[in-house]
Design a protein around this ligand. Structure first.
Ligand SMILES: [Zn+2]
Length: 616
């Protein structure tokens, strides 16, 4: 049995005053968290949580299984240990484990203080990271909560580690005391507590903070934040306004450290951005993350799919709308960089190439964009022990949705002669579903369904049949838009990367232990029909012994599309096989500005491109 500190007893007594079971949860005493960091170098923190005004009977303590904006399970209970629960009179209460994710507590008599340790050593948007420079806290990874008290306000106290003068950056309300109005808001409010540099800027009456924990200089940070401001302005121009950020400002929480993991994680009034990049070495990768994450303060945080509202901490939410929530954000990030003048046309063309190549990958024939969105629970940070065939049946909803956004943007511009664009669609989604906000902070009262998105497109375009057809073909079906036609109006050419070259598929060779096929073969590759598959031992192509990928290239260079070549291999069971492969033309494309492909830009193309990619 452990003893509680004197200070905590005082807190418990204060919490007990005004006890009234009829009082609504919102006026109940706040749930109070106190954090201390006795051994930073060992990556754990001590948490004390006080719950008062508890209803009679056992109460249930939970560690979240998921985190807002993360679509898979993370089971944060795994890093929690040394758990004790005390009654107001300091006696330790008995706990049981009804499941791996929680504790059941009985005999509390209305008040309980829980103490535990939690380990965390991963700097990213999902987990907890504690070291001698900071406590980087994603709330679900760190904090137990009590079932039934989700609507109670929350306060949190961070004790300064011995010898440190750390600063706090967070979207939590800060009136001297850090607080959240309820559990949804609290869990969505990561905290960076550490050696951070802070910058502030305003756009109109809107306030923005950029908190950075990094290894670079203050001058580098000053210059970076100037570019962040340009992105914030370009994205604000799409919606004509900024959301009303609940604490009064929006905060970027940037953690760029040699031992950080690359990530960007949106929240309602903040974002966590992490990675190993330095401002001096790779500032564009940081700005790219800024552009993506900031767009989320509209798209997904407020223009929110119904399937994600409210966020479920006990299980993974399944959403068929991530092609819009994430994919359209994936499109707008680079577009904002171009409009802000932070990247050149060649770079934007390369981004567009990535989107069009992604949507053309074999998986588009298997799963629709809606179905790929529903795979997020398995793919977004989820792990599998067994083999999957996702490499040939799935495409990430990020570039897939980005390619849909590109098609829709150019289609709207094309059919309206530049009068309408995807910006109009996003603005309509914002005004209808995002801007009305929530009657409770941290909630969205008018989340949208996939049908609502289609209705909005029908209303923006003034053509219900067009909207139905677009959703049927490109979002719920398997069609790929005619990007060559659409991009031509903006003076871009979609051209074969290696025109006229023979191709049997993007065969990957694993040269360990013989020349084995290193990845699954999709049905769209010419070599598929030969029966060759992953792990098979490739021996001869067109009579030539194969000792590496170079030998395959040599054979292909000697042929043209339409030619047939023999293939000899041994499958992984040891059975020999011989077959014939009819070669196709390499289907990979590049998108390039017409003027760099030997063409000249017409005035109409220049105007179209300017409206699309020019500064707002
Ligand atoms: Zn995102």
């Amino acid at each position: 049995m452990r003893q509680l500190s004197r200070a905590l007893i005082v807190v418990l007594l204060i919490g007990a005053i005004g006890f009234d079971r009829a009082t609504a949860q919102r006026s109940a005493p706040p749930v109070f968290y106190r954090l201390s960091f006795p051994e930073l170098e060992h990556h754990w923190m001590q948490v004390e949580v006080t719950f008062s005004d508890l209803a009679p009977g056992p109460f249930e303590l939970r560690m979240s299984r998921s985190s807002p904006g993360r679509y898979s399970l993370h089971d944060f209970a795994k890093n929690v240990y040394d758990v004790h629960v005390f009654a107001a009179d300091r006696t330790e209460l008995e706990t049981t484990r009804p499941d791996p994710y929680g504790w059941s507590v009985s005999g509390h008599r209305g008040n309980a203080t829980v103490t535990y340790k939690v380990f965390g050593d991963r700097v990213d948007g999902t987990y907890l990271a504690i070291d001698t420079t900071h406590a980087h806290i994603n709330m679900p990874a760190a904090f137990m909560w009590a079932r039934g008290l989700e609507d109670r306000p929350i306060t949190i106290l961070l004790e300064q580690p011995a010898g440190m003068q750390w600063k706090v950056a967070t979207q939590l309300h800060n009136s001297g005391t850090l607080s959240a109005p309820n559990l949804q808001y609290f869990m969505d409010s990561p905290i960076e507590f550490g050696a951070i540099s802070l910058r502030e800027f305003e756009v109109g009456s809107n306030k923005f903070r950029f908190a950075m924990h990094h290894t670079g200089t203050e001058v580098e940070l000053d210059r970076l934040v100037k570019d962040v401001e340009k992105i914030v302005k370009q994205e604000g121009a799409i919606f004509d306004e900024y959301p009303e950020y609940e604490p009064g400002y929006y905060t970027f929480l940037a953690d760029y450290l040699p031992y950080a993991s690359g990530d960007g994680m949106e929240h309602r009034n903040s974002t966590v951005m992490t990675g190993t990049a330095t401002i001096a070495g790779d500032r564009m990768s940081i700005l790219d993350t800024v552009a993506h994450e900031f767009f989320h303060c509209w798209n997904v945080e407020r223009i929110r799919p119904k399937s994600l509202e409210p966020f479920d901490f006990d299980r993974a939410n399944v959403s068929g709308e991530l092609w819009l929530a994430e994919g359209f954000t994936q499109y707008y990030g680079p577009l904002a960089l171009q409009r802000a003048g932070l990247v050149d046309l060649a770079s934007t063309a390369a981004t567009l190439t990535g989107l069009v190549e992604a949507v053309s990958a074999p998986g588009h024939l298997v799963r629709s964009a809606e179905e790929m969105s529903q795979m997020a629970a398995f793919i977004d940070g989820g792990r599998t022990m067994d083999t999957t065939n996702w490499s040939i049946t799935n495409i990430s909803y990020y570039p897939y949705g980005g390619a849909i956004a590109l098609a829709l943007d150019l289609t709207l511009r094309d059919r309206s002669d530049g009068r309408l664009s995807l910006d109009d669609f996003m603005r309509a989604m914002w005004r209808t579903y995002g801007k009305p906000g929530g009657s409770r902070e941290g909630y969205v009262d008018r989340p949208y369904t996939i049908g609502d998105a289609e209705t909005t497109l029908a209303s923006v375009s003034g053509d219900r049949a067009f909207a139905r057809d677009f959703f049927r073909r490109f979002i719920q079906g398997h069609d790929v838009a005619d990007y060559a036609h659409l991009l031509a109006r903006a003076g871009f050419v979609v051209r074969k990367r290696t025109p006229g070259s023979a191709w049997l598929g993007d065969l990957r060779i694993d040269a360990h232990n013989g020349i084995r096929v290193g990845a699954l073969i999709p049905p769209t590759w010419p070599v598929y029909r030969s029966g060759l598959e992953q792990d098979d031992l490739l021996q001869r192509l067109d009579g030539r012994p194969i000792n590496g990928e170079g030998d395959i290239s040599t054979v292909l260079h000697q042929h043209k599309p339409g030619d047939s070549v023999s293939i000899v291999f041994t499958d992984r069971t040891g059975k020999p096989a011989t077959a014939t492969v009819t070669l196709a033309e390499n289907p990979h494309v590049d998108i390039v500005p017409s003027e760099s492909a030997g063409g000249t830009l017409t005035d109409a193309q220049r105007a179209f491109r300017g409206q699309w990619l020019g500064a707002k």
